[in-house]
Design a protein around this ligand. Sequence first.
Ligand code: C2E
Ligand code: MG
Ligand code: MG
Ligand code: MG
Length: 286
Amino acid sequence: KAKSLGKNQYCVYKEEMGFHEVRKLELEKDLQRALEDQQFFIEYQPKWNVKTNSLWGFEALLRWKHPRMGIVSPNEFIPIAEETGFIIPLTRWTLEEACRQCKVWNTAGIAQSVSVNLSTRLFQTDHLIDWVQDALEKVGLEPCLLELEITESMVIYDIQDIVRQLQCLREMGIKVSMDDFGTGYSSIGLLDRLPIDTLKLDRLFTYDLDSPSKRAIIHAIVLMAEQLHLDVIAEGVEHEEHIAFLTQLGCFVMQGYYYGKPMKQDIIMTWVNQKQSAASSSDSNI
Ligand code: C2E
Ligand code: MG
Ligand code: MG
Ligand code: MG
């Protein structure tokens, strides 16, 4: 039976490959003009502190509105942009745009940070620090309101060089967080060497809180983070049970669909006002 299916499956597989390859090539070509054509925009996802029942900050998540293909996921275009080097102008744009938006919130009384995701490529340029400084100065944002998210996987190459650059950024007052913590290699060893402020627990942990071993791991990570004076943020918080489990384990800052999906900038202010008045009315009920 497998044999008779074999040939067909092979064809399907080949067509699939063709489709993906064609799409990738097309995206690669179209990326070059997308920035000047203003096809990118940013959505901001809130991080919420359940202990104080207040906003912790936002993460800037890049979106590409392709003229023919519609919204393309960053999971698809970021790897292409990394391969081609286009990630560099793209990240510089994102940094400046996110800082500008954060400044707007700040002026309106929302003194919370914005975080921007960084790819390894940025650390290999020798200009990262200047670019970050430029973005902050251009919009007049205080450095302590900017956070940069890095991942464990990017540190496997030249750790000393990355450490040096991160130190420099932190001396400027910028915060650094380790994104998707727990999914890469040598996570724990890195914590000892990297100058960071925050651990973002990958959402794989949040998904699987029924598993006693996952809970034990989260608990251990939270205790370790406390000793290292790191904040912990749980990603992918979608349900009320997640919150109950996570707070039991000592994790109080959450990011996920339960609190808010990534949102366009124009609805953020309304969202914040609603959340804050809901929070203060639930506080006064206690
Ligand atoms: P990330 O940095 O780990 O961002 C979190 C991702 O999880 C986002 O996906 C967000 O929409 C999604 N998410 C948030 N809450 C929930 C939830 O409750 N449930 C589920 N299932 N998902 C949730 P998104 O926006 O598709 O971004 C995917 C990845 O693309 C990001 O993962 C980040 O690694 C990368 N990315 C996005 N923007 C940029 C950027 O400007 N530069 C770089 N280098 N990478 C970026
Ligand atoms: Mg991130
Ligand atoms: Mg993440
Ligand atoms: Mg993630």
